[in-house]
Design a binder for this molecule. Structure first.
Ligand code: GTP
Ligand code: MG
Length: 351
């Protein structure tokens, strides 16, 4: 199974002090100097690698694309075991090192074709990919990670033959969007840490990706920045989403119009057709002045109807969807959010 993906970039790869290091999911520590040095030297002129290169005539993949200004040269990836870590890395234009970290027993060659193909597709077919843009780099790593994991699970890994309690781990990409200050980042923190902090207020600028392990699977939650200036970044984050979560601040009706506009822009995107949707009416504590539990049923029903009418949710026709009132502050319905995520996607084709 693929464990991690990393990218090293600098004016000169051998100048370790000036290297920018990106990795995903970041839980595995590859930021160790010595390890990085070995990876880079291995890729450059390590003995083992040289032998391998000679056998393969040092193949590079140069892909030409008429529609693109870019023409990234992607080297054949090189397998290395470094400090017991199973690493498969390639260099791009001899200036960037991109590597995969596998579990010990994996054979990186199983991934060679898909790795090169995906990388080429991302770098040379996308018309404007730039290694200068951090967001694009992060997005590249995550997209590659998700598709290689998916590939590994479907094609490479053999399921245990006889294992009675074997339960497949599912991997879910959650696209969490909504305008500014509705409570998206607070929700992610609540799910991750169980805590809420009233004083915590940091508008998200680039998207914040959190990795949450739940008993039913692994969630990667893509928490989008809600401020107008950053909303164009939503388009970079939505591909391959398994579920959409749209959040509204129900205590701030002045922003409903804007919220509705942004909602339909995303919902009308062709690539998200049929992706299930969960809509959260957040900050119910402010409307109800309670913790959410002792809500007046008629009042809440009326409010729900008003919101449905205003946002025209009855026009949602091409997907499964659910609506839920929440309070990230009091914790009201937060567990239910997780249940619904797994219910909504249980029929999807997931890894
Ligand atoms: N009363 C109340 N306040 C909340 C709730 N959820 C979030 N907040 C507050 O709302 C404010 C905005 O929360 P964030 O989580 O930063 O909102 P966001 O949607 O991530 O905002 P952007 O990153 O700018 O898009 C913070 O002050 C939170 O403490 C809630 O359920 N009830
Ligand atoms: Mg935020």
């Amino acid at each position: 199974m693929l464990l991690n993906i990393f990218l090293l970039k600098g004016k000169n790869l051998t100048d370790l002090d000036q290297l920018n290091i990106y990795s995903y999911p970041s839980s595995i520590n590859i930021e160790e100097r010595d390890l990085i040095r070995k990876i880079i030297y291995g890729q450059d002129h390590g003995d083992l690698i040289k032998k391998y290169r000679d056998q393969n005539n040092g193949k590079s993949h140069t892909f030409k694309n008429k529609n693109s200004n870019h023409n990234y040269i992607i080297d054949d990836p090189v397998p290395q075991i470094i400090d017991g870590l199973n690493i498969y890395s390639t260099s791009i234009n001899k200036r960037i090192s991109l590597g995969l970290l596998f579990e010990k027993e994996d054979n990186p060659y199983d991934y060679k074709d898909i790795f090169l193909e995906q990388l080429h597709e991302y770098l040379n077919i996308e018309t404007s990919f730039s290694f200068e843009d951090e967001m694009e780099i992060e997005n590249l790593l995550i997209t590659l990670f998700i598709s290689l994991r998916k590939y590994g699970d479907e094609v490479v890994e053999k399921k245990p033959q006889i294992e009675f309690h074997y339960q497949e781990q599912i991997f879910v990409k959650v696209f969490l969007f909504g305008i500014q200050e509705v409570g998206k980042t607070s929700l992610v923190r609540r799910i991750k840490t169980g805590k809420f902090n009233d004083n915590y207020f940091t508008p998200t600028r680039k998207f914040n990706i959190e990795y949450v392990k739940e008993k039913d699977g692994l969630l990667s939650i893509w928490d989008m920045p809600g401020q107008r200036a950053f909303r164009k970044k939503w388009l970079l984050g939505l591909q391959d989403s398994n579920i959409l979560i749209f959040m509204i601040d129900i205590s701030n009706q002045l922003q409903f119009e804007e919220s509705k506009r942004e909602f339909w822009k995303i919902l009308n995107r062709y690539e998200l057709k049929e992706v299930p949707l969960l809509i959260l009416g957040n900050k119910i504590d402010l409307v109800n002045h309670s913790n959410g539990e002792d809500i007046d049923k008629t009042q809440i029903h009326r409010l729900e109807q008003e919101i449905f009418d205003f946002f025209e949710f009855d026009r949602i026709s091409d997907r499964e969807w659910k609506f839920l009132f929440t309070s990230v502050k009091t914790g009201y319905n937060i567990q239910e959010v997780l249940n619904i995520i797994f219910n909504l996607i249980s029929s999807e084709d997931l890894i």
